[in-house]
Each structure stands twice: as structure tokens, then as C-alpha cells.
Write a protein that binds this ligand. Structure first.
Ligand SMILES: Nc1ncnc2c1ncn2[C@@H]1O[C@H](COP(=O)(O)OP(=O)(O)O)[C@@H](O)[C@H]1O
Ligand SMILES: O=C(CO)[C@@H](O)[C@H](O)COP(=O)(O)O
Length: 466
């Protein structure tokens, strides 16, 4: 009998997490983690350092049969002729390429982009970072011979060479068509000025090689294709059409598994592919968990103290409203925006109301995201909440009020790493055999809706529109 364990990796914005699970039952056997450096431009070597530490923290890979990497989407990793990294990676939340995004959309028109790639590019998309590099870092552009994404690069490092990716992550580049399942080299060349080598796109349950011995893996340890972190989370949760997942990590995302592709010309909904052969319409904001981190720091409290403050305030924070665009914003597309605190009076400007306004502002951005999915015809049966900030009791209390419906609060967990592990289990099983892991557990949270909170937020959002 072969090994019965698999490892899933989540190389996300703020940290690297590893889970080791039983391939047959999905039971968690052990796990580990390590932090990533801050910043929106990161040397990929730092991800490898963190992966090495997280694997060690998780007790190593010597007894696992297959490994898969889920990673933050869109980040641009440029390689030279020798396969070395050319410049620090530009991450999904680096807004320097906003001007490049506007130019690319103006050159072809939003409809052409939405038709070709499912999405209208904003600063997050890899294609805009290629244009930015061609214009602002000519020396790096001249050296580059290949482009890949964070999960592609770590997969390459685990294998010891080669470039592979999957449908999910390829769909966030801006030069791959989820409907045709093919690269749009013309779009890459239009952005960068010439061709670059791109990773081969593996099918969902295809093995893309073996893990090199230097990682402490046994000979024959398989590598699964990996995928983007949101696609991996969908897989880890076992999301089905009708489920809308809201992830409150560094990014705030709302996404759903769909049998059909989407092509939103407004650009609000990105028409990604998922990790299983289906599609993953997704809305992403730049401002989620870190809004609460900053608010807690400003108030001089930890996450628990912050929750106590926010829970002690009434819904609506006595009229205090936070538009939380602290990192600029992606949806709506306002890359140069800053946060705005409105409605301050002598009476309502208290620590409790500030904490409440931060929670509500973050959630209102995500409630808008769910509305955008629904407006595109995505069915919203169940809203599931995951991600670091979902651990905060104030978020759990406010979410059903702001979303205006009961929400399913998934048990705190590493759903991206779990999804990667599940993909690894499927690859280990030979691809075609179905792997059945139990559904994610959690609890329903209900509360009376507070539409006045959404209305006050929408008024501020519109009043500050450029
Ligand atoms: N109890 C909590 N309350 C609010 N935020 C939290 C809590 N625990 C963790 N976080 C925040 O969640 C974020 C990490 O979430 P995670 O989903 O792992 O992000 P990512 O995948 O983008 O790296 C950090 O900003 C962290 O401070
Ligand atoms: O850009 C997107 C989705 O399009 C982000 O969701 C990134 O994939 C980063 O995710 P987290 O690190 O916040 O999980």
C-alpha cells in the first residue's frame, strides 16, 4: 500500500501554511505555518524560506504521497534565461500598475477583455504588471524570458525546474481564456511588447511531476497542479453552485462555483476558472482583515479587545461610517482612494463606535461584492464566511446584519491549504477516482438585518466617487 497522507500548502499574502491530511478520510494529521514579509513587492525567495519553515513546523514531507500549492493570485514573477528571478514579484495588491490597466482597457475596450479573458483588467492582474514593467523597469523587462505566478514558482522550486500552472491561476493573468482554455498570447504581447514563456496549464487532477528529494520528500512523491488561493478555498470547503464564499483575509473576496463562465463588462466581477474544470466568478476588495488590524492598533487593543469594543456599540455606530479604502480599492476601481471616516460628532466619536464602524465598513464592501455576483445571475443560496478576520466575534455578530441574511460561519481553519491537500489527494488517487472528504463544519449566525448601515455606507461611497 502507498502513502496515505497528502500535504496542502497555502502561500498567501501574509503567511505560508501547510496542512498534512489523511488522503482517504481528509482527517487533519498535523500543520505548520511561517510568516511572509510585509509589502506589495516581495522577493520570491522569501516565499521559499517561509515554505521551508512551514513544512518543518508541519513535521516534514517524508511520509506524504502528494503535495499541492495554493497561492495568492496574480503576482508577477519574472524569470531570466537561466531561470533566475529577475526582480521582486509585484503582488496582487500593488496598485502601481493602475495606469497601465486603464491604458490596456482603453486600447482594446472593456468588452474585448471581458470576452477574451472573462475579466476587465485592473491593477491586480498580471497583464497590467507586465505593461508597468515594460514602461517603468526597462532593464528587468529586457532580461525577462518567462512569466509565472507565485504558486507556479513554488511548484517549480518543489519540482526543481519546469513551469506549470492550472486553469484557476491562469485565469487571473489577463492573458488566458477560461472559455477556450488557451493562452491569448496576443494580449500578453500587446501589454509587454514581445512574447514570454508561460507555464503549461495542467488539467485539474493531472500530476505535474515529483517533489525533489531536497525537500525531505520520499522518492515518487507526486506534485499536483496547485491553484490560486481562492480556487483552493472553494475546493477545501467543497463549495457547490449556490454557495457564495466570503473570504476575509488580506483581500476580501466573494466568489461562487459556477457551471458557466461570466464576462462582466463593468469589471466588478472577475470571470475566473476554478480548480475542478468549472468557473469561479469572483469580486475582490483590497481592504479586509488589515482594516481591523489597523483600527485595533489605533485603539491600542488586541483582536479580542477590539471585538469587545465593537460589540459594545450599537449597529450603525451612532452614525459613524468608515469607507475603508486604506490600501486604495479594487472594487470599486479606485486605486488611488484613501479611507474616509464620516459622520463624526462630539457624542459618537468613541473607541467603541470606531471599532464598530471598521467592522461594518469592511463588511459593507463585501456585501456590495455579493450584490455584484447576484446582479450577474450568480445564485446566492448560502453565504459562507472564512478567513483570518472571520475569527473575530464582532465580525460574526455584524455579518448577518450587514449581509441582510443568515450566514454560515465556517469553523476557523485553513481552507486554502485544505483545498490544495484535497487536490493532492485526488492526484494521488489517480485523478479519476472521486475523493470524498467531509463537508466543512460551522454554524449558522442569524440577526435582524440593518439596512441603514448599508445605506449610510453607500451614500459615503457615492459622495466620494472620483
Ligand atoms: N481574531 C481576529 N480578529 C481580526 N482579525 C484577525 C483575527 N485573527 C487573525 N486576523 C487577521 O487575519 C489576517 C490573516 O488572515 P488570512 O486569511 O490568513 O490572510 P491571508 O490568507 O491573506 O494571508 C491578518 O491580517 C490577521 O491580523
Ligand atoms: O487578488 C486576489 C483575488 O483576485 C486576492 O484574493 C489574492 O488571491 C490574495 O488573497 P489573500 O492572500 O488575501 O487570501
Amino acid at each position: 500500500m502507498g502513502p496515505s497522507l497528502v500535504a496542502g500548502i497555502d502561500s498567501s499574502t501574509q503567511s505560508c501554511k501547510v496542512v498534512v491530511r489523511d488522503a482517504t478520510t481528509g482527517a487533519l494529521v498535523r500543520s505548520g505555518r511561517a510568516p511572509h514579509p510585509d509589502g506589495t513587492e516581495v522577493d520570491p525567495a522569501a516565499w521559499e524560506v517561509a515554505l521551508t519553515a512551514a513544512i518543518a513546523d508541519a513535521g516534514g514531507l517524508d511520509d506524504v504521497g502528494a503535495v499541492s500549492v495554493g497561492g495568492q493570485q496574480h503576482g508577477m514573477v519574472l524569470l531570466d534565461e537561466s531561470g533566475d528571478v529577475v526582480r521582486p514579484a509585484l503582488l496582487w495588491n500593488d496598485t502601481r500598475s493602475a495606469g497601465a490597466a486603464s491604458d490596456l482597457v482603453a486600447e482594446l475596450g472593456a468588452e474585448v477583455w471581458a470576452d477574451a479573458t472573462g475579466s476587465v483588467p485592473v491593477a491586480s492582474f498580471t497583464v497590467t504588471k507586465l505593461r508597468w514593467t515594460a514602461q517603468h523597469d526597462e532593464a528587468s523587462a529586457a532580461r525577462a524570458t518567462a512569466v509565472c505566478l507565485p504558486h507556479d514558482w513554488l511548484t517549480r522550486r518543489l519540482r526543481g525546474g519546469g513551469l506549470t500552472t492550472d486553469r484557476g491561476d491562469a485565469s487571473g493573468t489577463g492573458y488566458w481564456s477560461p472559455t477556450a482554455g488557451e493562452y491569448r498570447t496576443d494580449l500578453l504581447v500587446g501589454a509587454f511588447g514581445r512574447e514570454l514563456e508561460v507555464p503549461a496549464v495542467a488539467s485539474p487532477w493531472e500530476s505535474v511531476g515529483e517533489v525533489e528529494a531536497r525537500w525531505g520528500a520520499a522518492p515518487g512523491t507526486l506534485l499536483a497542479p496547485g491553484t490560486g488561493d481562492n480556487m483552493a478555498a472553494a475546493l477545501g470547503l467543497g463549495a457547490q453552485p449556490g454557495d457564495v464564499v466570503v473570504s476575509l483575509g488580506t483581500s476580501g473576496t466573494a466568489f461562487a462555483v459556477s457551471e458557466t463562465s461570466t464576462h462582466d463588462v463593468s469589471g466588478a466581477v472577475a470571470g475566473f476558472a476554478d480548480a475542478t474544470g468549472r468557473f469561479l466568478p469572483l469580486v475582490c476588495t483590497l481592504n479586509a482583515a488589515q482594516v481591523l488590524d489597523v483600527a485595533a492598533r489605533m485603539l491600542g487593543v488586541d483582536h479580542d479587545g477590539f471585538a469587545r469594543l465593537a460589540l459594545s456599540a450599537a449597529p450603525g455606530a451612532d452614525g459613524l461610517v468608515l469607507l475603508p479604502y486604506l490600501a486604495g480599492e479594487r472594487t470599486p476601481n479606485r486605486p488611488d482612494a484613501t479611507g474616509v471616516l464620516a459622520g463624526m460628532t462630539l457624542a459618537n466619536t468613541t473607541p467603541a463606535n470606531l471599532a464598530r464602524a471598521a467592522v461594518e465598513g469592511m463588511l459593507c464592501g463585501l456585501a456590495d461584492a455579493v450584490d455584484a455576483l447576484e446582479a450577474l445571475g450568480v445564485p446566492v443560496g448560502r453565504v459562507l464566511i472564512i478567513g483570518g478576520a472571520a475569527k473575530n466575534p464582532a465580525v460574526a455578530e455584524a455579518a448577518p446584519r450587514v449581509f441582510g441574511r443568515p450566514v454560515f460561519l465556517a469553523e476557523p481553519g485553513e481552507y486554502v491549504a485544505d483545498g490544495a491537500a484535497r487536490q493532492a489527494a485526488q492526484v494521488l488517487a489517480g485523478g479519476s477516482a472521486d475523493v470524498h472528504w467531509p463537508e466543512a463544519s460551522g454554524r449558522w449566525v442569524e440577526a435582524d438585518p440593518t439596512p441603514h448601515v448599508r445605506e449610510a455606507y453607500a451614500a459615503l461611497r457615492e459622495a466620494t466617487a472620483p
